[in-house]
Design a protein around this ligand. Structure first.
Ligand code: PMV
Length: 320
């Protein structure tokens, strides 16, 4: 039997950066994200009647470097005594480049592996399992605007506003297609241990989260824009002030930020956010999506853009 599940990446508006517990992969801060619609990862899982090692194909190529994380996630879902698995992953966007491909991958993986191993966990249980592999993946189990609450021992995740209730658009400007130089897990450890800004990042996170949640519930775009940009720049300040520093941006990243500033000065409802990579994500009201998209396409250094509305959480596709 083979089970296929699909999940979309999510983009954090209030970021997760830093871990409370590394062994359980528990985040140090709560976060709020939007789940996308048109970027996707499909994961197929097939548990075999054999003792052969697990195999992993990512976009048609063997991916030995990622296999250990995938196998560990399968152990969490199906138990360490599980049968070996063939896992095949397909994404319609660049992976490992700061586009939250691990979020969509692990969200889809837990859904497929749970069904394939005969489980019937609910969405929160699956989100906690996905989060144990990639903190941001927990949010991709849910659609729309998603809040992840970081507790002492576990996370809670819920949709705070459905995508249909506030249909924002996201335009992703791709400025580099290669993999990022430092993975987010390693970068977080460095920030926790060396950035003088890390403690104030932790202290202020709940204020930002409360402001963002209120803005979403009030559909207040200006308020959401202000707090999301501020939160993003604070996260990058922790990265920049880590020793040695972690700078994911390139020249085109800055050019995109200038483009968005120029649009804002013309009262176009748009804001930026940037994750552990050089890509810029512009979040806007639907009526602004064409103008934002063409302004980013014309920005120096932008390789291409992708556009998405907000979408649903991870789900099963087929079992054959
Ligand atoms: O889920 P991870 O370990 O890849 O960390 C993701 C961290 C950011 O994307 C930078 C922020 C976030 O909340 O998604």
């Amino acid at each position: 039997m083979t089970t296929v599940a699909q999940a979309q990446p999510n983009i954090a508006l209030i970021k997760y950066w830093g871990k409370r517990d590394h062994s359980k992969n528990l985040p140090a801060v709560s976060s709020l994200s939007v789940t996308l619609q048109s970027l996707w990862t499909r994961m197929s899982v097939d548990f075999l009647e054999s003792d052969a090692p697990d195999t992993l194909l990512v976009n048609d190529a063997h991916a030995p470097a990622m296999l250990a994380r995938v196998s560990h996630c399968l152990d969490l879902v199906a138990g360490p005594g599980r049968r070996s698995a063939n896992v095949v992953s397909q994404s319609n966007f660049p992976i490992g480049a700061g586009l939250a491909s691990s979020a969509s991958a692990f969200a889809a993986l837990v859904v497929a592996a749970d069904r394939e191993s005969g489980g019937s966990r609910d969405t929160l249980e699956l989100a906690r399992l996905a989060g144990a592999s990639s903190g941001s993946a927990a949010r991709s189990l849910y659609g729309g605007f998603v809040e992840l609450t970081a507790g002492e021992d576990q996370i809670d995740v819920q949709t705070v506003c459905e995508s249909s209730e506030w249909p924002l658009e996201v335009i992703v400007a791709i400025t580099e297609e290669g993999p990022k130089p430092v993975g987010s897990g390693e970068a977080m450890i460095r920030g926790e241990g060396t950035s003088p800004f890390y403690s104030s990042w932790l202290e202020r996170q709940d204020d930002d989260l409360n402001a963002a949640r209120e803005a979403v519930l009030d559909r207040d775009f200006g308020k959401l824009a202000a707090v999301a940009e501020h939160n993003c720049l604070k996260m990058h300040s922790v990265m920049w002030s880590s020793k040695p520093p972690i700078v994911y941006w390139n020249n085109a990243t800055l050019s995109c930020m200038e483009t968005i500033r120029a649009l804002q000065s013309e009262r176009v409802p748009v804001f930026f956010t940037i994750d552990a990579g050089p890509q810029v994500k512009a979040v806007c009201l639907p009526e602004a999506a064409d103008v934002v998209s063409s302004a980013l396409e014309q920005t120096s250094g932008v390789i291409n853009t992708m556009r998405s509305s907000l979408g649903p959480g991870a789900r099963l596709m087929e079992t054959a």
